[in-house]
Design a protein around this ligand. Structure first.
Ligand SMILES: NC(=O)c1ccc[n+]([C@@H]2O[C@H](COP(=O)([O-])OP(=O)(O)OC[C@H]3O[C@@H](n4cnc5c(N)ncnc54)[C@H](O)[C@@H]3O)[C@@H](O)[C@H]2O)c1
Length: 179
């Protein structure tokens, strides 16, 4: 198995799109830290990566908790030595119609989709600064981040926030860093 000495983290990668992204990165030679809140699914997925001979490990965490995101980056760097790519993939849909959605569901969706993206980005960016490297941060947005849909009103609002963070990240210059 060839490696390219680059390291990636993909949040919410026990299944779905996150797993597919992580598999592609590993296939392309990245060392990959997969991550999810679902420990059982993550354990099974890690075994698949190991069976394919990919340089990989797994971290159980909740993207909406800032301390989990910091620990995720710290553990990855301890295991693989550095960080080059951080994919803010974990996300959930709120499907309850706007008029009926309750505080718990609304809060959970914003906590995971928006706060999770902010906390993941902060943790990764701090590591890039420490390494004096540029690094890449990739956010899972959605067409719902650019248009609004009747059934997805509140989910759309979270993904519009993610879209705004994409724009911010593209423009942001770390004070004192040479570009
Ligand atoms: N599937 C689509 O058609 C689609 C379209 C547009 C955007 N997206 C976005 O792409 C991303 C992935 O979507 P998907 O369809 O693969 O979702 P999915 O539900 O299949 O997978 C999401 C993964 O994230 C994990 N997760 C959920 N909450 C978490 C948390 N708090 N911390 C850590 N992990 C958590 C889940 O356990 C799951 O493994 C999401 O951000 C979603 O909004 C998906």
């Amino acid at each position: 198995m060839s490696t390219i000495n680059k390291v990636a983290i993909v949040t919410g990668s026990a299944g779905g799109l996150g797993k597919a992204i992580a598999l592609r990165l590993a296939h392309n030679g990245f060392s990959v830290m997969i991550h999810d809140i679902n420990k059982d699914a993550l354990t099974k997925t890690l075994q698949e990566f190991k069976d394919k001979g990919y340089d990989s490990d797994a971290f159980v965490g909740d993207v909406s908790k800032k301390s989990d995101q910091e620990k995720l980056v710290q553990t990855t760097v301890e295991k693989f030595g550095r960080l080059d790519v951080f994919v803010n993939n974990a996300g959930i849909e709120a499907v309850t119609p706007f008029i009926d959605i309750e505080e718990d569901e609304l809060k959970k969706c914003f906590d995971i989709n928006v706060f999770g993206t902010v906390f993941g980005t902060q943790a990764a960016a701090k590591q890039f600064i420490k390494q004096h490297s540029k690094g890449k941060i990739i956010n899972a947005c959605s067409i719902a981040g650019q248009e609004s849909y009747t059934m997805l009103g509140t989910y759309s609002a979270t993904k519009h926030a993610v879209w705004s963070l994409n724009m911010f990240q593209a423009l942001y210059k770390i004070p004192g860093q040479q570009y």
